[in-house]
Each structure stands twice: as C-alpha cells, then as structure tokens.
Design a protein around this ligand. Structure first.
Ligand SMILES: [Zn+2]
Length: 275
C-alpha cells in the first residue's frame, strides 16, 4: 500500500505535470470508486476546472480545484499514471482525467479498494478520514516533546502505535518495520516502556527513514504495486533492511530476521539487535 513516501513522491511529480492545468473532461469506468457524491456532481465539480494546488495529508493525495478538492486514497493497489498519448485500455483502468493539451492522468487499481471523494472545506474536515488524522511526521510541528506526549497518551503496542493514523499520519506496515529496526527497538514493546534514549532514537528514525524513502521515490515490492507517475519503480526497496526479509541475515548483526503477525500484518525484525 502506498504510504507517506510514495504519496509524497506522486504529489511532487504531479506538481511539474498538472499544476495550473485545466481538466477538460473525465471518463469514469468504475463508478463505485466515487464515494461521497453522485457521479453527476463529481464530474460537474471537476470538468473544466484548473488544478490550483496539490497537497498530501497522511496517505491522502489532494487536488485543489476552484469549488472543491479532489481527495484520493490509493488503499492497496491504486496508482496514477501520467501519459502524453492515449494508452491502450487496461482492465484495471477505472478513471481518466483529460487535460487541456491532450495530457492524461490515468487511475489504475487492480483490487479496486481505492477511494475518490470531494471535499468542500478549506481544511478538508468534511472527510472523516482526514479529520481524524494525527500529526504529520515531517512537519515542523512534529517535535520531540510532541512525540513524547503522544507516546505517553496510551500504553499501546509500539508497532500498532506507529501505524495508527490518528496519532501519526502516513506511516504504514512497511515503514514501521524499517523505523523500528533503525531505532533498534522490538516491535512488541509497549509505548510506556520506552526509555529516554529509545524515544530519541525512534523520533530520529521516523524522520530519517521517511526522508530517505522520499529521496528514493518510495518502495516498489512487486511490479503491479506502487509505481511513479511515469510508470517506473521506486528505489527504496533496495535499501530495506528487514521488511519482507524473513530468514535472511540481519545486516547489522547477522542474526536471522524473523516475521511475526501484529495487527494482522506481517512484522519483520531482528530478534537480536532490536530489544
Ligand atoms: Zn540484528
């Protein structure tokens, strides 16, 4: 699933391609992806409008238009492809935006769990998923003291805390595993058990892993999953230390990386150097 670094990469790439451009019209092949508004109104607020701004909040991509904002969540396998010419039709193509000048933005989604909504509020608070989001981990508001207060708000399982979107926005299963490995902390620790030095290491690891992943344009684990706008793979998977590496040697201490299930998701860690 695209997490913060992947959605941020898509956002940055879209800036160069569609900012200030007008959407002439759109084709919708899978109406059930449009969630909070009728198909007619969805088209009415988008067709003929210019892209005023492009934002990201957590794992949400936001395209600001004149009277509404288009909110996209990619869920498991959603992706956007930018094309100068018409691409051959694919059965996973569900929506196409046609821009002035002929450019197209194509939404593909193998499993069709993605969501399109329109927001009519400046702060997007009419979209419940966004209203409930916690702090952005790469914002200047995310200070060490803020992080400590969040950790102390509840004695939660640490890995589940990291992927809780209402606490910190944008971290999912993959990056939680890599962050905990970097901080040398076991995923089954409780938030209240962390010592001062561990909290600092975790805080630094969150920022460093997310920034590095954005630098490498996100992680692509399988071809059908996340791609950049141009249809290329991200590059951060080459820098993964533990994620999806059960049975391999830990790059730090050579112990065998293990997989456990936490919150129904595969969780990878080194039992020797993550305490
Ligand atoms: Zn190790």
């Amino acid at each position: 699933m695209p997490e913060l670094p992947e959605v941020e990469t898509i956002k940055q790439e879209l800036f160069d391609k569609i900012l200030g451009k007008k959407i002439n019209f759109l084709e919708i092949f899978t109406p059930e992806l449009i969630k909070n508004i009728s198909l007619g109104d969805f088209k009415k607020y988008i067709a003929g409008e210019e892209i005023k701004d492009i934002l990201r909040r957590g794992k949400y991509l936001i395209l600001k238009l004149k009277k509404a904002s288009l909110i996209i969540h990619f869920r498991m396998t959603g992706k956007l492809i930018f094309a100068k010419n018409k691409l051959p039709p694919s059965k996973s193509t569900h929506l196409i935006f046609y821009f002035e000048g002929g450019d197209q933005l194509i939404y593909q989604d193998l499993r069709k769990f993605g969501e399109f909504k329109l927001s009519f509020k400046e702060d997007f608070s009419d979209i419940l998923g966004i209203k409930k989001l916690g702090i952005e981990p790469l914002s200047k508001e995310f200070r060490l003291e803020t992080f400590k207060a969040l950790l102390k708000s509840k004695n939660a399982n640490l890995k589940l805390f990291l992927i809780d979107q209402t606490k910190i926005a944008g971290i999912g299963n993959l990056y939680a595993c890599e962050i905990l490995f970097k901080a040398k902390i076991h995923p089954q620790r409780k938030t209240l058990s962390l010592k001062e030095g561990e909290i600092q290491a975790l805080y630094q690891a969150i920022k460093e892993i997310l920034k590095k992943a954005i630098f490498y344009k996100g992680s692509s684990l399988r071809d059908e999953q996340y791609q950049t706008l141009g249809g290329k793979l991200g590059g951060f998977q080459k820098h993964h230390q533990v994620y999806a590496k059960a049975g391999e040697n830990c790059p730090r201490c050579k112990s065998i990386i293990q997989k456990i299930i936490l919150g129904q998701r595969g969780t990878y860690f080194c039992p020797n150097c993550q305490e």
